[in-house]
Write a protein that binds this ligand. Structure first.
Ligand SMILES: Nc1ncnc2c1ncn2[C@@H]1O[C@H](COP(=O)(O)OP(=O)(O)OP(=O)(O)O)[C@@H](O)[C@H]1O
Ligand SMILES: [Mg+2]
Length: 341
Protein backbone atom coordinates (compact mmCIF):
# COMPACT_ATOMS: atom_id res chain seq x y z
CA UNK A 1 0.00 0.00 0.00
CA UNK A 2 2.88 2.31 0.74
CA UNK A 3 3.37 3.20 -2.92
CA UNK A 4 -0.11 4.77 -3.07
CA UNK A 5 0.75 7.38 -0.48
CA UNK A 6 4.43 8.00 -1.02
CA UNK A 7 4.71 11.17 1.04
CA UNK A 8 3.77 9.41 4.27
CA UNK A 9 6.34 6.67 3.91
CA UNK A 10 9.13 6.99 6.46
CA UNK A 11 12.35 7.94 4.74
CA UNK A 12 14.20 5.23 6.64
CA UNK A 13 12.23 2.70 4.62
CA UNK A 14 12.16 4.70 1.42
CA UNK A 15 15.95 5.00 1.38
CA UNK A 16 16.75 1.52 2.66
CA UNK A 17 19.24 0.12 0.14
CA UNK A 18 17.67 -2.65 -1.94
CA UNK A 19 20.93 -4.16 -3.05
CA UNK A 20 23.87 -5.33 -1.01
CA UNK A 21 26.31 -3.23 -3.02
CA UNK A 22 24.50 -0.07 -1.93
CA UNK A 23 25.13 -0.70 1.76
CA UNK A 24 27.66 1.93 2.77
CA UNK A 25 30.78 1.52 4.89
CA UNK A 26 30.53 -2.24 5.63
CA UNK A 27 33.08 -3.38 3.05
CA UNK A 28 33.87 -6.87 4.40
CA UNK A 29 30.33 -8.14 4.49
CA UNK A 30 29.52 -6.55 1.14
CA UNK A 31 32.51 -8.30 -0.43
CA UNK A 32 31.59 -11.69 1.02
CA UNK A 33 27.97 -11.35 -0.06
CA UNK A 34 28.95 -10.23 -3.55
CA UNK A 35 30.79 -13.50 -3.75
CA UNK A 36 27.68 -15.34 -2.52
CA UNK A 37 25.71 -13.77 -5.34
CA UNK A 38 28.14 -15.15 -7.89
CA UNK A 39 28.79 -18.60 -6.52
CA UNK A 40 25.66 -19.14 -4.37
CA UNK A 41 27.96 -20.25 -1.54
CA UNK A 42 26.84 -18.95 1.78
CA UNK A 43 27.81 -19.86 5.34
CA UNK A 44 25.58 -19.23 8.34
CA UNK A 45 25.95 -15.56 9.16
CA UNK A 46 26.05 -13.50 12.32
CA UNK A 47 25.75 -9.72 12.00
CA UNK A 48 26.36 -7.63 15.08
CA UNK A 49 26.94 -3.98 15.87
CA UNK A 50 25.27 -0.77 17.03
CA UNK A 51 21.80 0.32 15.85
CA UNK A 52 21.22 1.92 12.47
CA UNK A 53 24.33 0.60 10.76
CA UNK A 54 22.71 -1.58 8.11
CA UNK A 55 22.40 -5.09 9.58
CA UNK A 56 18.73 -5.73 8.85
CA UNK A 57 19.09 -3.92 5.52
CA UNK A 58 21.94 -6.18 4.41
CA UNK A 59 20.17 -9.39 5.39
CA UNK A 60 16.96 -8.42 3.61
CA UNK A 61 18.84 -7.22 0.54
CA UNK A 62 20.79 -10.44 0.09
CA UNK A 63 17.65 -12.54 0.57
CA UNK A 64 15.81 -10.53 -2.06
CA UNK A 65 18.72 -10.64 -4.47
CA UNK A 66 19.12 -14.38 -4.14
CA UNK A 67 15.51 -15.38 -4.56
CA UNK A 68 13.62 -12.55 -6.22
CA UNK A 69 10.05 -11.55 -5.43
CA UNK A 70 8.44 -14.81 -6.55
CA UNK A 71 10.41 -17.25 -4.46
CA UNK A 72 11.02 -14.92 -1.52
CA UNK A 73 7.95 -16.01 0.44
CA UNK A 74 8.66 -19.71 0.13
CA UNK A 75 12.43 -19.49 0.68
CA UNK A 76 12.86 -16.90 3.42
CA UNK A 77 11.58 -16.97 6.99
CA UNK A 78 11.97 -13.67 8.80
CA UNK A 79 11.53 -13.57 12.55
CA UNK A 80 12.24 -10.61 14.80
CA UNK A 81 11.70 -9.65 18.41
CA UNK A 82 8.01 -9.01 17.76
CA UNK A 83 7.53 -12.70 16.93
CA UNK A 84 7.63 -15.33 19.56
CA UNK A 85 10.99 -17.07 19.33
CA UNK A 86 10.92 -19.09 22.51
CA UNK A 87 11.93 -22.68 22.67
CA UNK A 88 8.55 -23.91 21.38
CA UNK A 89 8.79 -21.88 18.21
CA UNK A 90 12.33 -23.15 17.64
CA UNK A 91 11.06 -26.71 18.06
CA UNK A 92 8.09 -26.24 15.74
CA UNK A 93 7.97 -23.34 13.30
CA UNK A 94 11.69 -22.90 12.74
CA UNK A 95 12.40 -26.63 12.65
CA UNK A 96 9.56 -27.29 10.21
CA UNK A 97 10.67 -24.53 7.90
CA UNK A 98 14.31 -25.64 8.10
CA UNK A 99 13.43 -29.24 7.28
CA UNK A 100 11.59 -28.54 4.02
CA UNK A 101 13.63 -29.68 1.04
CA UNK A 102 14.11 -27.26 -1.83
CA UNK A 103 14.80 -27.68 -5.51
CA UNK A 104 18.21 -27.30 -7.04
CA UNK A 105 19.46 -23.83 -7.71
CA UNK A 106 18.74 -22.60 -11.18
CA UNK A 107 19.04 -19.02 -12.11
CA UNK A 108 15.56 -17.70 -12.63
CA UNK A 109 14.81 -14.32 -14.10
CA UNK A 110 18.20 -12.92 -13.22
CA UNK A 111 18.11 -14.17 -9.61
CA UNK A 112 20.68 -16.61 -8.31
CA UNK A 113 18.32 -18.95 -6.49
CA UNK A 114 20.68 -21.21 -4.55
CA UNK A 115 19.58 -24.68 -3.35
CA UNK A 116 18.81 -23.59 0.20
CA UNK A 117 16.41 -21.48 2.25
CA UNK A 118 17.28 -18.64 4.57
CA UNK A 119 16.03 -18.08 8.10
CA UNK A 120 16.63 -14.54 9.33
CA UNK A 121 16.53 -14.20 13.10
CA UNK A 122 16.61 -10.46 13.72
CA UNK A 123 17.26 -9.09 17.21
CA UNK A 124 18.56 -12.52 18.15
CA UNK A 125 20.06 -11.20 21.37
CA UNK A 126 16.57 -11.16 22.84
CA UNK A 127 16.19 -14.93 22.38
CA UNK A 128 16.44 -16.96 25.54
CA UNK A 129 19.46 -19.14 26.10
CA UNK A 130 17.28 -22.25 25.95
CA UNK A 131 15.90 -21.26 22.57
CA UNK A 132 19.41 -20.61 21.30
CA UNK A 133 20.58 -23.96 22.58
CA UNK A 134 17.69 -25.67 20.86
CA UNK A 135 18.88 -24.20 17.57
CA UNK A 136 22.30 -25.87 17.68
CA UNK A 137 21.14 -29.25 16.40
CA UNK A 138 18.69 -27.75 13.92
CA UNK A 139 21.46 -25.71 12.34
CA UNK A 140 23.61 -28.77 11.81
CA UNK A 141 20.93 -31.23 10.82
CA UNK A 142 19.49 -29.09 8.08
CA UNK A 143 22.63 -27.29 6.97
CA UNK A 144 22.25 -28.76 3.48
CA UNK A 145 18.99 -26.95 2.82
CA UNK A 146 18.97 -24.03 5.27
CA UNK A 147 21.17 -21.08 6.16
CA UNK A 148 20.69 -18.99 9.27
CA UNK A 149 21.25 -15.24 9.53
CA UNK A 150 21.49 -14.04 13.12
CA UNK A 151 21.32 -10.30 13.72
CA UNK A 152 21.97 -8.63 17.06
CA UNK A 153 23.35 -5.57 18.81
CA UNK A 154 25.17 -7.39 21.60
CA UNK A 155 27.21 -10.36 20.47
CA UNK A 156 27.92 -11.35 24.07
CA UNK A 157 24.27 -12.39 24.39
CA UNK A 158 24.61 -14.99 21.64
CA UNK A 159 25.77 -18.28 23.09
CA UNK A 160 29.23 -19.35 21.97
CA UNK A 161 28.18 -22.60 20.25
CA UNK A 162 25.89 -20.63 17.91
CA UNK A 163 28.44 -17.90 17.28
CA UNK A 164 31.09 -20.44 16.40
CA UNK A 165 28.87 -21.99 13.72
CA UNK A 166 28.61 -18.66 11.88
CA UNK A 167 30.74 -16.29 9.85
CA UNK A 168 30.78 -13.19 12.06
CA UNK A 169 30.61 -9.64 10.77
CA UNK A 170 30.83 -6.56 12.91
CA UNK A 171 28.89 -3.60 11.54
CA UNK A 172 30.83 -0.44 12.28
CA UNK A 173 29.23 2.86 13.24
CA UNK A 174 29.16 4.96 10.09
CA UNK A 175 31.77 7.69 9.84
CA UNK A 176 30.69 11.31 9.56
CA UNK A 177 31.75 11.40 5.90
CA UNK A 178 29.63 8.40 4.96
CA UNK A 179 26.67 9.76 6.93
CA UNK A 180 27.00 13.14 5.27
CA UNK A 181 27.05 11.66 1.80
CA UNK A 182 23.94 9.50 2.46
CA UNK A 183 22.14 12.50 3.95
CA UNK A 184 23.12 14.69 1.00
CA UNK A 185 21.73 12.04 -1.32
CA UNK A 186 18.38 12.09 0.49
CA UNK A 187 18.33 15.90 0.54
CA UNK A 188 18.84 15.95 -3.22
CA UNK A 189 16.08 13.44 -3.80
CA UNK A 190 13.65 15.26 -1.52
CA UNK A 191 14.63 18.76 -2.61
CA UNK A 192 15.84 19.86 0.82
CA UNK A 193 18.54 22.39 1.36
CA UNK A 194 20.95 21.82 4.18
CA UNK A 195 23.96 24.06 4.71
CA UNK A 196 27.37 22.73 5.61
CA UNK A 197 27.02 23.44 9.32
CA UNK A 198 23.68 21.64 9.54
CA UNK A 199 25.13 18.65 7.76
CA UNK A 200 28.07 18.34 10.17
CA UNK A 201 25.78 18.84 13.16
CA UNK A 202 23.48 16.08 12.00
CA UNK A 203 26.35 13.68 11.36
CA UNK A 204 27.94 14.36 14.72
CA UNK A 205 24.85 14.20 16.96
CA UNK A 206 23.84 10.81 15.58
CA UNK A 207 27.09 9.05 16.51
CA UNK A 208 27.22 6.70 13.54
CA UNK A 209 23.52 5.77 13.59
CA UNK A 210 22.18 6.56 10.13
CA UNK A 211 18.62 5.63 11.01
CA UNK A 212 18.58 8.34 13.68
CA UNK A 213 20.00 10.88 11.25
CA UNK A 214 17.34 10.13 8.65
CA UNK A 215 14.55 10.26 11.23
CA UNK A 216 15.72 13.65 12.54
CA UNK A 217 15.98 14.95 9.01
CA UNK A 218 12.43 13.92 8.20
CA UNK A 219 11.04 15.37 11.44
CA UNK A 220 12.85 18.64 10.79
CA UNK A 221 11.57 18.75 7.21
CA UNK A 222 8.00 18.27 8.44
CA UNK A 223 8.34 20.99 11.03
CA UNK A 224 10.45 23.59 9.31
CA UNK A 225 10.00 23.05 5.58
CA UNK A 226 12.64 22.64 2.95
CA UNK A 227 15.46 24.74 4.34
CA UNK A 228 16.80 23.37 7.59
CA UNK A 229 19.41 24.94 9.87
CA UNK A 230 21.72 23.39 12.40
CA UNK A 231 19.71 24.87 15.29
CA UNK A 232 16.49 23.34 14.03
CA UNK A 233 18.10 19.93 13.80
CA UNK A 234 19.33 20.22 17.36
CA UNK A 235 15.87 21.11 18.57
CA UNK A 236 14.15 18.14 16.88
CA UNK A 237 16.85 15.75 18.05
CA UNK A 238 16.44 16.76 21.69
CA UNK A 239 20.18 16.93 22.33
CA UNK A 240 21.21 19.44 24.95
CA UNK A 241 22.66 22.54 23.28
CA UNK A 242 26.34 23.08 24.02
CA UNK A 243 25.44 26.50 25.50
CA UNK A 244 23.41 24.89 28.29
CA UNK A 245 26.27 22.56 29.24
CA UNK A 246 28.72 25.43 29.32
CA UNK A 247 26.36 27.58 31.38
CA UNK A 248 26.17 24.92 34.08
CA UNK A 249 29.94 24.48 34.07
CA UNK A 250 30.48 28.24 34.26
CA UNK A 251 28.06 28.50 37.17
CA UNK A 252 30.03 25.86 39.08
CA UNK A 253 33.25 27.73 38.32
CA UNK A 254 31.96 30.81 40.14
CA UNK A 255 32.02 28.79 43.36
CA UNK A 256 28.71 30.24 44.48
CA UNK A 257 26.19 27.68 45.51
CA UNK A 258 23.19 29.85 44.63
CA UNK A 259 24.37 30.45 41.07
CA UNK A 260 24.95 26.73 40.54
CA UNK A 261 21.58 25.89 42.07
CA UNK A 262 19.89 28.29 39.68
CA UNK A 263 21.53 26.66 36.66
CA UNK A 264 20.64 23.19 37.87
CA UNK A 265 17.00 24.23 38.31
CA UNK A 266 17.16 25.67 34.83
CA UNK A 267 18.32 22.36 33.35
CA UNK A 268 15.53 20.51 35.11
CA UNK A 269 12.82 22.97 34.14
CA UNK A 270 13.96 22.91 30.49
CA UNK A 271 13.34 19.18 30.67
CA UNK A 272 16.82 18.15 29.50
CA UNK A 273 17.58 14.52 30.35
CA UNK A 274 20.07 14.57 33.21
CA UNK A 275 21.86 11.40 32.12
CA UNK A 276 22.67 13.09 28.82
CA UNK A 277 23.80 16.20 30.72
CA UNK A 278 26.22 14.02 32.68
CA UNK A 279 27.77 12.61 29.50
CA UNK A 280 28.08 16.08 28.03
CA UNK A 281 29.67 17.42 31.24
CA UNK A 282 32.02 14.46 31.16
CA UNK A 283 33.15 15.32 27.62
CA UNK A 284 33.59 18.96 28.53
CA UNK A 285 35.59 18.23 31.68
CA UNK A 286 37.86 15.61 30.17
CA UNK A 287 38.78 17.96 27.34
CA UNK A 288 39.31 21.04 29.55
CA UNK A 289 42.87 22.28 29.76
CA UNK A 290 42.50 24.36 32.91
CA UNK A 291 41.58 21.47 35.21
CA UNK A 292 44.26 19.27 36.77
CA UNK A 293 44.24 15.49 36.40
CA UNK A 294 43.43 14.99 40.07
CA UNK A 295 40.47 17.34 39.80
CA UNK A 296 39.26 15.58 36.66
CA UNK A 297 39.50 12.22 38.40
CA UNK A 298 37.46 13.45 41.37
CA UNK A 299 34.76 14.88 39.15
CA UNK A 300 34.55 11.86 36.87
CA UNK A 301 34.21 9.51 39.82
CA UNK A 302 31.21 11.45 41.01
CA UNK A 303 29.73 11.58 37.49
CA UNK A 304 29.92 7.80 37.30
CA UNK A 305 28.20 7.42 40.68
CA UNK A 306 25.43 9.82 39.71
CA UNK A 307 24.89 7.95 36.46
CA UNK A 308 24.48 4.69 38.34
CA UNK A 309 22.08 6.35 40.81
CA UNK A 310 19.96 7.63 37.92
CA UNK A 311 19.81 4.17 36.38
CA UNK A 312 18.59 2.93 39.75
CA UNK A 313 15.83 5.53 39.72
CA UNK A 314 17.25 8.36 41.83
CA UNK A 315 15.86 11.89 41.62
CA UNK A 316 17.31 13.85 38.69
CA UNK A 317 17.43 17.22 40.43
CA UNK A 318 19.20 15.91 43.53
CA UNK A 319 21.75 13.98 41.52
CA UNK A 320 22.61 16.92 39.30
CA UNK A 321 22.82 19.19 42.33
CA UNK A 322 25.18 16.73 43.98
CA UNK A 323 27.34 16.59 40.85
CA UNK A 324 27.40 20.39 40.70
CA UNK A 325 28.47 20.74 44.31
CA UNK A 326 31.17 18.10 43.89
CA UNK A 327 32.33 19.89 40.79
CA UNK A 328 32.64 23.15 42.73
CA UNK A 329 34.53 21.50 45.56
CA UNK A 330 36.91 19.79 43.12
CA UNK A 331 37.52 22.98 41.16
CA UNK A 332 38.41 24.86 44.36
CA UNK A 333 40.46 21.96 45.72
CA UNK A 334 38.26 21.65 48.74
CA UNK A 335 38.14 18.33 50.58
CA UNK A 336 35.66 15.79 49.28
CA UNK A 337 33.69 15.55 52.49
CA UNK A 338 33.09 18.42 54.87
CA UNK A 339 34.79 17.97 58.21
CA UNK A 340 33.36 19.40 61.36
CA UNK A 341 35.90 19.25 64.16
N1 LIG B 1 25.41 1.02 5.93
C1 LIG B 1 24.30 1.64 5.50
N2 LIG B 1 24.19 2.03 4.21
C2 LIG B 1 23.10 2.66 3.78
N3 LIG B 1 22.00 2.92 4.54
C3 LIG B 1 22.04 2.56 5.82
C4 LIG B 1 23.19 1.90 6.36
N4 LIG B 1 22.96 1.66 7.66
C5 LIG B 1 21.74 2.13 7.92
N5 LIG B 1 21.17 2.69 6.83
C6 LIG B 1 19.86 3.36 6.81
O1 LIG B 1 19.31 3.26 8.12
C7 LIG B 1 18.11 2.50 8.12
C8 LIG B 1 18.17 1.48 9.24
O2 LIG B 1 19.11 0.48 9.00
P1 LIG B 1 18.95 -1.00 9.52
O3 LIG B 1 17.50 -1.30 9.76
O4 LIG B 1 19.67 -1.89 8.60
O5 LIG B 1 19.71 -0.91 10.89
P2 LIG B 1 20.15 -2.09 11.86
O6 LIG B 1 21.64 -2.17 11.78
O7 LIG B 1 19.36 -3.31 11.57
O8 LIG B 1 19.77 -1.47 13.27
P3 LIG B 1 19.13 -2.18 14.58
O9 LIG B 1 20.28 -2.80 15.29
O10 LIG B 1 18.56 -1.03 15.34
O11 LIG B 1 18.11 -3.15 14.09
C9 LIG B 1 17.99 1.88 6.75
O12 LIG B 1 16.68 1.92 6.29
C10 LIG B 1 18.86 2.75 5.86
O13 LIG B 1 18.08 3.79 5.33
MG1 LIG C 1 17.72 -4.23 12.58
Amino acid sequence: MAHLIPSSQPWVEKYRPKQVKDVAHQEEVVRVLANTLETANCPHMLFYGPPGTGKTTTALAIAHQLFGPELYKSRVLELNASDDRGINVVRTKIKDFAAVAVGSGNRQGGYVCPPYKIIILDEADSMTEDAQNALRRTMETYSKVTRFFFICNYISRIIEPLASRCAKFRFKPLTEDVMSSRIMHICNEEGLSLDHEALTTLSSICEGDLRRAITYLQSAARLYGFSISSKELISVSGVIPQGAVQALFAACKTGEFDTANKEVSNVISEGYPVSQMLSRLFELIVSSDDISDVQKARICKRLAEADKCLVDGADEYLQLMDVASHLMRALFDMPQEMQFD
